[in-house]
Design a protein around this ligand. Structure first.
Ligand code: TUI
Length: 316
């Protein structure tokens, strides 16, 4: 099945599924696998050194002929250098997170790069539309990593009402039921992160995949509220220490303790003191599958749900 929307048209992809640009997690291998399967694969730049991101982009280009993207995490100190790199490499799509990309929009659009910005609120979505974003990604607080305040359920329809550009829903979507649900709310695409952490092609440490596979409904927690950058993670020793520092209102100590911990989890497999960023949907991820199968099953289930709903006896 294909669900054609304005998003699939503007990005030149088959299925309206974008893979979340997860730092230290979404490498060229995963991005290329998702793009080859008809979605939009994204390399997560995070705090990656510029030269490492250049290698990732080159590897993605070697692994796929399809469009792919880079996610730029705007809190990173060398963000200007990373923007220059995606411009020089003519990456087809850029997604942005953790801030307002206004400063870079002109240069990116001038290169004909499609720009999709993660927004946690209606006000920022309107602002992004006014400066030329191609779509907004409304990320609910069900998502993993750095999150806003609103849920996907209430953010998605408000964004759909507020802007004329396509809305992509993110946060809590791990199967075809989620796709059908957010399409009912007005979305024209989905961004999926946690489910793709358990793609075969995802190069994170296998210990993290195992932790996601056995996660239950209440196994994630939001930490670091006192820092102004709340982060959802799977509970572990580190999250308990950060929780304690949060209660003691010690944001500076949390920032210091958190440094390097995402890499420690995803690349080194430290399940105790690494930051296990993942969304609430971790509890819905039950097997490791190729990206192609994840996308095919998601689209088939979305079709099944939508068809079933259309055939429900409504009225008398
Ligand atoms: O960015 C994410 N998720 C992330 S980034 C990350 S790495 C990190 N490291 C240290 C501290 C914090 C994060 C791990 N996960 N998702 C997209 C996202 N963007 N979520 C929320 C936002 C957001 C928040 C505020 C986007 C814009 C924004 O604007 C504020 C403003 O300036 O108006």
């Amino acid at each position: 099945m294909t669900l054609r929307t304005r998003l699939t048209e503007v990005l030149g992809i088959e299925h309206p599924i974008i893979q979340g640009g997860m730092a230290w997690t979404a490498t060229a291998e995963l991005a290329a696998a998702v793009s080859n399967a008809g979605g939009l694969g994204i390399i997560g730049a995070g705090h990656m050194p510029t030269e490492l991101l250049r290698d990732e982009i080159k590897r993605a280009k070697a692994l796929t002929d399809k469009p792919f993207g880079v996610n730029l995490m705007l809190l990173t100190p060398h963000i200007d250098e990373l923007v220059d790199l995606v411009l020089a490499e003519r990456v087809p799509v850029v997604t942005t997170g953790a801030g307002n990309p206004g400063k870079y929009m002109g240069a990116l659009k001038e290169q004909n790069i499609k720009v999709l910005t993660v927004v946690p609120s209606v006000a920022l979505a309107k602002r992004m539309e006014s400066i030329g974003a191609d779509a907004v990604i409304g990320e609910g607080m069900e998502a993993g990593g750095h999150i806003g305040e609103l849920t996907t359920m209430v953010l998605t329809p408000q964004l759909a009402d507020a802007v004329d550009i396509p809305v992509v829903a993110a946060g809590g979507i791990a199967d075809g039921r989620g796709v059908a649900a957010v399409f009912a709310l007005g979305a024209e695409g989905v961004q999926v992160g946690t489910r793709f952490m358990c793609a075969e092609e995802c190069t994170i440490h296998p210990g993290v995949k195992s932790r996601i596979l056995r996660a239950k409904d209440r196994d994630t927690v939001v930490t670091g509220r006192s820092t102004g950058h709340p982060v959802r993670v799977i509970k572990n020793k580190l999250s308990r220490v950060i929780d304690e520092l949060d209660r003691e209102n010690k944001p500076q100590e949390i920032e210091e303790l958190g440094t390097g911990k995402l890499r420690l989890a995803m690349r080194e497999g430290d399940l105790d003191m690494g930051s296990l960023m993942a969304g609430q949907s971790a509890a819905m991820v039950c097997e490791i599958l190729p990206a192609q199968q994840i996308i095919d099953e998601m689209m088939a289930q979305a079709e099944e749900v939508m068809t079933h709903m259309c055939s429900m006896p409504i009225g008398a």
